[in-house]
Design a protein around this ligand. Structure first.
Ligand SMILES: Cc1ncc(COP(=O)(O)O)c(C=O)c1O
Length: 379
């Protein structure tokens, strides 16, 4: 089966009990047993629920893997994967990453005796230098958030020793444009809140692997900690994911046009988009991704005040946290998504007050560019 077919068919056979073509929302916490311990494979919905199983199978298939574990949020999926580590372990982490992931690592997991080193993972020498005897995990986000730098998944995976895990947060690229497991990674994590759900109406996360031992550990923690999605949320995410292929093609087409427009505009200092020939890692992007997704970041000339004005002046780009929905969003990483990273760290990483981040939606491109033009040119 090809990608778009899997999105619509895997895990989604007609319901055995009723013939319902669409997987039902099994809104039940428990299941009636015929005798003690005799049941149909379902006993309690924190442990297993048919709607969640369907979603897990659908999403695993999109990453060409056998095992998926769905969670109530991307952060719950990330936390579950970090349960592979124990006190005394160390992880090497990309220094340009989602602020909430940084907060979980630096303010929660360090209290449990896990150490993190943040490096520019686009620099393999820096990655090598950060490895310690107790390094257990590499955490990659590529393209990174919000500066859209790329990390060579294959090259980092080649550094991995036995008993180390390479994890890729594939939220920005989606499995439609990037398949980390085929490049050597062990685990893929998504905030399904973003492109996979695709309609900004449900929070969720997933951890996917093709390794049965890793899956057993993640599944054990999914059940032990219990951060699972409700059946309704699992169903909404599954419905969104059915159209991932068509949506991603439109997101990428619009984002390319927006990036080219911004690059040619005199009010703009710099544009970050892997699909631009001017992106320093455009060649790696072409090798590693089959398309460049829908996120564009840019730096405006002028004062920080001006950048804040532009962000609040848009008509179709809603000023909002998050990304990946059909509707366009604009954000100010310094004050919004990345506010949980200390100011001096943000500046060191290039997250300045003049940086704006766009999640380019699938509205008509003429309207999107018209909106940007009028916001940039109104004084
Ligand atoms: C790249 C990335 N990973 C993980 C997360 C966390 O996901 P959630 O908000 O679903 O917990 C986000 C949220 O913005 C994100 O952008």
């Amino acid at each position: 089966m090809k990608f778009a077919t899997k999105a619509i068919h895997v895990g989604q056979a007609a319901d055995q009990a009723t013939g319902a073509t669409i997987v039902p929302i099994y809104q039940t916490s428990t299941y009636t047993q015929t005798r003690v311990g005799e049941h149909k494979g379902f006993d309690y919905s924190r442990s297993i629920n048919p709607t969640r199983v369907a979603l897990q199978d659908q999403l695993a298939s999109l990453e060409n893997a056998r095992f998926g574990s769905a969670f109530a949020s991307g952060m719950a999926a990330t936390a579950a994967v970090l349960n592979l580590l124990s006190s005394g372990d160390h992880a090497v982490v990309t220094d340009d990453l989602y602020g909430g992931t940084y907060r979980l690592f630096s303010r929660v997991l360090t209290r449990y005796g896990i150490d993190f080193t943040y490096v520019d993972m686009s620099d393999l020498t820096a990655v090598r230098a950060a490895i310690r005897l107790n390094t257990k995990l590499f955490w990659l986000e590529t393209p990174t958030n919000p500066l859209l730098k790329l990390i060579d998944i294959k090259a980092v995976s080649a550094l991995r020793e036995k008993q180390q895990y390479v994890v890729v947060d594939n939220t920005f690229a989606t499995p439609y444009f990037q398949q980390p497991l085929s490049l050597g990674a062990d685990i893929v994590v998504h905030s399904t809140t973003k492109y996979i759900g695709g309609h900004s109406d449900v929070i969720g996360g997933v951890a996917i692997t093709d390794n049965p031992e890793i899956h057993d550990v993640i599944k054990f923690h999914q059940n032990s900690i219990g951060g699972v999605p409700s059946p309704h949320d699992a169903w909404l995410t599954m419905r969104g994911a059915k159209t991932l292929a068509v949506r991603m093609r439109e997101h990428a087409k619009n984002a390319q046009a927006v990036a080219e427009f911004l690059e040619s505009h005199k009010a703009v200092e710099r544009v970050y988009y892997p699909g631009l020939a001017s992106h320093p890692q455009h060649e790696l992007a072409k090798r590693q991704m089959s398309g460049f997704s829908g996120m564009v970041s840019f730096v405006l000339k002028g004062s920080a005040e001006h950048a804040l004005d532009v962000a609040s002046r848009m008509k179709y780009f809603s000023l909002a946290e998050s990304l990946g929905g059909v509707e366009s969003l604009i954000g100010h990483p310094d004050r919004m998504t990345h506010g949980s990273i200390p100011k001096e760290e943000r500046e060191k990483r290039g997250i300045t007050e003049n940086l704006l981040r766009l999640s380019v939606g699938i509205e008509d491109i003429d309207d999107l560019i018209g909106d940007l033009r009028s916001a940039l040119e109104t004084r």
